[in-house]
Design a binder for this molecule. Structure first.
Ligand code: HEC
Ligand code: HEC
Length: 666
């Protein structure tokens, strides 16, 4: 079926005679491993409707669907490696029909995140503030989900930093001042440590670095290291090397998820200590003592026991669940507002840091209520507005107060941040109800609108791309290099009018997937302020605005009629497709959609599993979606489902890669 399809639709331009775009389809080998790149390219082009090109006979849509499914299976349900390529598997293949079994995850070492490393440091005592400590790890700067297990290894430069940091940490731990008692006593070269003291030191370092006690073999190994070092250094030096070595263990620097637990028919359970670390670091930045202890006591051996601990961690206010807010930050990407430079406006204050803080708070508020979380995030009519918490000096209680306070000298004549939200006064009651029919949810928070804006304008293209990727589960091929991707700088036309450059057929094949989903947000200016007209340059009036000598007196603007309409098209759900009159109507529609909710679940899967979903994950995704729906939209229920899924608990045992006979099933 595949070969005839290619022969009918592609070979003429990608065959023996002609190889348009340097691409050939007639000489695929039949070995999925060798063909993978080309199959992925073919699938991507066909799925995006880019090939065959516009003027060619359209292939039968049923064939197209079949080819996409076939190439997906042939590439092993291979999703792209990068988080941004997570949507490569068509939604229908994951949610279309009930899936029988849930897959395990391949065994892996997941490097600590940069924040996880900071958590590690603080578990080692007061060493966070140690001078000279350098962060060894970084994350890719791309938007979206950042920390995937397969993306990062520990390379040479980070190894060097880790070694150096371990030295500094142990210096601090063994210093007379503020040192760790068990270590400090070993620092006298005149009285070498007893075996019991050394054992106590190893145990203490294990507890701080790994959250567990060492096994008997661990102790033997580290004491052996001490003995060997003693041949070339004094006892304090040997102790220090031994203590450093604990800090450099694989299971200290990595979430070790190899699947060292019991065999369960072709796959292995995570060992209790692996699971305890994985669960704590899924939710926070440090290994949580309670769950580590449970693992040691053998009380973390079943799915039910894991679920008990996940629920406990979710409800325990003392355990800082930093990775919940982080997920929403990476899903929505509103914190990018901090990176968009804008000239200081004259008439009002623009402080992106405060806008982001307001949205953080709103997200946490909705997550805390834990009801209908996805829909609430998209459609809530309330918002925190320039909100901070501070101590009331009289009552000594925490209370809400304005975050950014205007300074009569520096902010003369300027409106406060409240104005950006459409309010003329700081609301004492927060979260506050925003003016009717103005904005809904995170995508109409000023922070998000600024994050998806440029220095001087809105960015409907990337806003639309966000909706396509993260709500509709579609994808848009990357902007080809060499395309002049610029809107004309015509200040007398509205941005919508200027963006009509992308209606050219060469551009529209991609831009039809984005622009119409982003244009409804023209309801707001590029600082995120609600508006009903758009200010443009009045050419005629500017021309006439001259003094007696004909010298220009400056530009004159006029208010142009605002058009906030858009279209949802090719969403994959016929009920969604159609025109929308403004951003609120569009978002309400999307928030009610089963498909969008499931795409949200797919993103949560990626973040918490640290990899893209494959076809084999259909059941895990469906179970998570069901848990969410049946709990009335509880994000906690979604997390419990994901973090106790087979994909989280089990590791597949690697099988030798098999090659199929060339041409076998073509
Ligand atoms: C009428 C000629 C024609 C037909 C038919 C055609 N293509 Fe193409 N294809 C091109 C041209 C021209 C390019 C290079 C320029 C571009 O990307 O638009 C190209 C580029 C490609 C690329 C490479 C894109 C890249 O990343 O550089 C792939 C993959 C591809 N085509 C797949 C297909 C498949 C699969 C089919 C059949 C379903 C097909 N093409 C049918 C003309 C054609
Ligand atoms: C293969 C798909 C594709 C084609 C063809 C394409 N674009 Fe784009 N374009 C994109 C994507 C994807 C983005 C968003 C890039 C991002 O997210 O950073 C984009 C962004 C843009 C932007 C916003 C860029 C910015 O920096 O603000 C403009 C303007 C634009 N394209 C214009 C065009 C024009 C004009 C054409 C035709 C001559 C065109 N594009 C053809 C995919 C495409």
């Amino acid at each position: 079926m595949f070969k005839p399809f290619l022969t009918a639709h592609c070979v003429r331009c990608h065959g023996p005679e002609k190889q348009s775009g340097d691409f050939r389809v007639d000489d695929l080998t039949g070995d999925p491993a060798k063909d993978a790149d080309r199959l992925l390219a073919i699938r991507e082009q066909i799925r995006a409707g880019l090939m065959p090109p516009g003027r060619e006979t359209r292939p039968d849509p049923a064939d197209v669907r079949a080819i996409i499914a076939w190439t997906t299976v042939r590439t092993g349900g291979l999703a792209g490696r990068q988080p941004g390529q997570g949507n490569l598997i068509p939604h229908e293949l994951l949610f279309g029909k009930p899936a029988p079994t849930a897959a395990a995850t391949p065994g892996r070492l997941w490097r600590l995140s940069p924040d996880g490393y900071l958590g590690f440091l603080s578990d080692l005592g007061k060493n966070k503030a140690l001078p000279g400590i350098v962060q060894p790890f970084t994350l890719e700067p791309e938007r979206g989900i950042k920390d995937f297990a397969g993306l990062y290894t520990i390379d040479e430069p980070s190894t060097e930093i880790l070694l150096r940091n371990a030295e500094l940490i142990v210096e601090g731990q063994t210093a007379r001042q503020n040192g760790v008692r068990e270590f400090v006593v070993l620092m006298d070269p005149a009285s070498p440590p007893t075996r019991a003291q050394l054992e106590a030191a190893v145990a203490q370092q294990f507890k701080m670095a790994l959250g567990r006690t060492p096994g008997a073999d661990d102790v033997t190994r580290f004491l052996g290291l001490y003995e060997r070092c003693l041949k070339v250094s004094d006892s304090p030096g040997a102790v220090k090397t031994m203590l450093q070595a604990v800090l450099l263990r694989t299971d200290a620097m990595f979430r070790s998820e190899l699947g060292k637990g019991t065999d369960a028919g072709g796959r292995r359970l995570l060992a209790p200590d692996e699971l305890a670390a994985a669960l704590s670091l899924a939710l926070g930045d440090r290994r949580e003592a309670g769950i580590m202890l449970a693992a040691q006591k053998g009380e973390l051996a079943t799915r039910e026991q894991a679920a008990v601990h996940v629920r406990r961690l979710l409800d325990d206010p003392k355990f800082d669940k930093t990775r919940i807010l982080k997920f929403f930050r990476e899903y929505f990407d509103y914190a990018n507002a901090l990176t968009v430079f804008k000239d200081k406006p004259k008439t009002f204050v623009h402080e992106p840091r405060q806008l982001v803080a307001d949205t953080d708070r709103l997200v946490l508020h909705i997550v805390a209520a834990d009801k209908d979380v996805f829909r609430q995030l998209l459609t809530t009519e309330v918002s925190f507005v320039n909100y901070a918490v501070g101590k009331n000096k009289q009552t000594n209680q925490d209370e809400g107060k304005p975050g950014v306070v205007l300074n009569p000298n520096n902010n003369k004549g300027q409106q406060g941040i409240e104005e950006t939200y459409g309010l003329d006064r700081w609301p004492a009651e927060q979260p506050a109800k925003l003016p009717d029919n103005s904005r809904l949810g995170i995508l109409m928070q000023p922070s998000w609108l600024v994050a998806y804006s440029t220095n001087f304008d809105n960015d409907p293209v990337r806003r639309g791309r966000w909706v396509r990727d993260r709500l509709l589960g579609g994808s848009v091929p990357e902007l080809p290099i060499g395309v002049a991707a610029q809107v004309p700088n015509d200040p007398h036309r509205t941005f919508r009018e200027r963006l009509t450059v992308t209606r050219d057929a060469r551009c529209w094949k991609c831009h039809s997937k984005m622009d119409e989903l982003g244009l409804p947000f023209e309801q707001f200016d590029h600082f995120g302020r609600f508006r009903t007209t758009e200010t443009v340059l009045d050419l005629e009036a500017t021309e006439k605005n001259v003094d007696k000598k004909g010298k220009s007196l400056g530009p004159v603007t006029r208010e142009a009629v605002l058009n906030t309409a858009g279209t949802i098209a090719d969403s994959g759900d016929a009920k969604l497709d159609g025109p929308v009159k403004d951003p609120r109507a569009m978002i309400r529609k999307l928030a009610d959609s089963e498909r969008c909710r499931q795409v949200f679940v797919r993103h949560a899967f990626r973040f918490y599993l640290g990899r893209n979903e494959t076809l084999a994950d259909a059941k895990t995704l469906q179970d998570a979606d069901r848990a969410y729906v049946e709990s009335g939209g509880s994000f906690k229920a979604l997390l419990v489902s994901l973090l106790t899924s087979d994909a989280f608990l089990y590791r597949s045992v690697p099988v030798a890669s098999t090659t199929t006979t060339p041409g076998g099933s073509r």
